[in-house]
Design a protein around this ligand. Structure first.
Ligand code: ZN
Length: 247
């Protein structure tokens, strides 16, 4: 069973289409969505439509999804994120707003091997950047593989009997992770639509738990097209600028 894992798409249609085209070639059986489908980018409706077409078997909401549909206030956001959330609220069609508002809170169990969340399995809004946060999260996971997003940094944390066994960050390289039996994994595929690890290429993963393999993929997409749309939409300029630097 090959799961296509998409996180932090952030209304970037160009990045999403590039990932889907690449994933079609590699092959996958179903789709898992780790939240932040909208917010920041200029195509919230086209992206939600595309994700709905994919009929994900499991999906969770992200903080930007919540704020964009009024489930949470934008108080915790900086000015740029707040402006983007307000713009997204106005842009979403009633049907898509309803769909975003109905996205479930993580963590969510997918099958015997996998669970998914947006921030961490403890708290959907928590950031897991380093091994100390990862270790705490790994103590609470109920499956051997927990997929998360939110930081926009591809990362692989692994633990044996509750103790960290290693950290691998697959930034800037396409990597195949071979899973070892007995270890618990916390894996961030990186962000489809707004990478922040210094590599502007879109990031996603294909997870095959029974085969013990994870493909961490990076691939170029038409960044300039996405940037032009952001500027034309009247969204804050820094949102367009950062796509080129991947920061
Ligand atoms: Zn995000």
């Amino acid at each position: 069973m090959r799961h296509l894992v998409l996180s932090d798409i952030h209304a970037n249609l160009e990045a999403l289409e590039a990932c889907l085209a690449d994933a079609d070639i590699r092959g996958y059986d179903d789709v898992l969505i780790l939240g932040d489908v909208v917010g920041y980018g200029a195509d919230p409706n086209a992206v939600v439509d595309r994700v709905r077409e994919l009929e994900p078997v499991a999906l969770v909401r992200g903080n930007h999804d919540k704020v964009s549909v009024g489930l949470e206030s934008a108080d915790g956001f900086n000015a740029v994120a707040r402006a983007a959330a307000r713009w997204t609220t106005d842009a979403l069609t009633p049907s898509n707003r309803q769909w975003v508002a109905a996205l479930p809170r993580g963590p969510l169990v997918v099958d015997d091997d996998i669970q998914i969340c947006h921030g961490s399995p403890v708290d959907e809004d928590e950031y897991i950047f380093g091994p100390s946060e990862a270790q705490l999260a790994l103590l609470t996971t109920t499956r051997n593989i927990c997929l998360f997003g939110h930081t926009h940094y591809p990362a692989v944390f692994q633990a044996l009997n509750g103790t960290m066994e290693g950290t691998r960050v697959a930034s800037a390289v396409e990597a195949e992770i071979v899973l070892r039996t007995g270890l618990k994994y916390l894996i961030n595929p990186g962000s489809v639509g707004q990478p922040r690890d210094g590599d502007p290429r879109a990031a996603y993963a294909i997870v095959d738990a029974p085969a013990g393999r994870i493909e961490m993929v990076r691939l170029p997409y038409p960044v300039q097209v996405a940037q032009d749309k952001i500027r034309k939409a009247g969204l804050p300029d820094p949102l367009a600028d950062r796509l080129a630097s991947g920061r």
